[in-house]
Design a protein around this ligand. Structure first.
Ligand code: SAM
Length: 229
């Protein structure tokens, strides 16, 4: 999969060079290209923002540099990419969306800053690819970079070959709409706290039943909204 990220803080994405995604990049499973939005400006100050029409606080990202950046990274591709703009005003990013996006050939991420990006850029991007505005959650970050890091990690680990044992992806929280059951490792007794005896029983059926019950109990307790869904 090819991933292009456009940001005014490209070095934030150096973190994608480590761990499983770093290995996936080295092995060629993932081709991540990070671009500095300021490289698409033409003034001495490399300006990417301006005051909002209609007044109000803060600055808005200018359409010009975004248009040139998108022309460069989205037009250059063989097939039309999915173009993701992280936004607190977008659709909530979920495991289901991560799965959908993990099957794409090419993703482009545009990281907003300040009060966000001039609205016309989203409309223009729709001429180049399939646009999605995705929110990490119901809170506001300073910029899209942290949201894109989270999305790239959630999507990247679902690409076949990135995570060594694919079975470990199947039993996770949100894969079947529930939270995952609790996990334990050795020793069986630690600081007066015992591992549930069923997990030591060797009875696979009983373990599976216990885990399912735990999934339901946890989800009911912590995320009843998931059961309602
Ligand atoms: N004025 C915008 C609003 O109220 O919807 C918020 C702008 S925010 C300060 C700057 C940028 O951070 C956004 O353009 C977006 O790229 C990113 N961002 C902030 N919160 C986010 C969230 N919850 N999910 C995804 N991206 C977010």
């Amino acid at each position: 999969m090819r991933i292009d990220v456009v940001s005014i803080f490209p070095t934030i994405f150096d973190a994608l060079e480590v761990s499983l995604l770093g290995k996936a990049r080295q092995s060629g499973l993932l081709d991540v290209r990070v671009h500095d939005l300021r490289d698409y400006t033409h003034d001495r100050h490399r300006t990417v923002d301006d005051t909002p029409y209609g007044g109000g606080a803060g600055m808005v990202m200018k359409p010009g540099p975004w248009g040139e950046a998108l022309d460069d990274v989205a037009r250059d591709a063989e097939a039309a990419p999915v173009i993701v703009f992280p936004s607190p005003a977008g659709e909530r990013f979920t495991q289901k969306i991560a799965r959908e996006l993990s099957t794409e050939q090419h993703l482009v991420f545009g990281c907003g800053r300040y009060e966000g990006i001039d609205e016309r850029v989203f409309d223009y991007a729709a001429d180049l690819g399939r646009v999605r505005l995705l929110s990490l959650g119901d809170y506001v970050l300073n910029g899209g970079e942290v949201a894109v890091m989270a999305m790239v990690e959630a999507i990247g680990r679902l690409i076949p070959g990135v995570v060594g044992n694919p079975e470990s992806l199947v039993e996770e929280s949100h894969e079947d709409g529930l939270l995952e059951y609790p996990s334990f490792t050795k020793p069986a007794s630690w600081r007066g706290r015992e591992v549930p005896p069923v997990l030591l029983s060797g009875n696979h059926g009983a373990v599976a039943t216990w885990r399912r019950e735990q999934q339901l109990e946890r989800t009911r307790e912590r995320r009843p909204d998931l059961l309602a869904d």
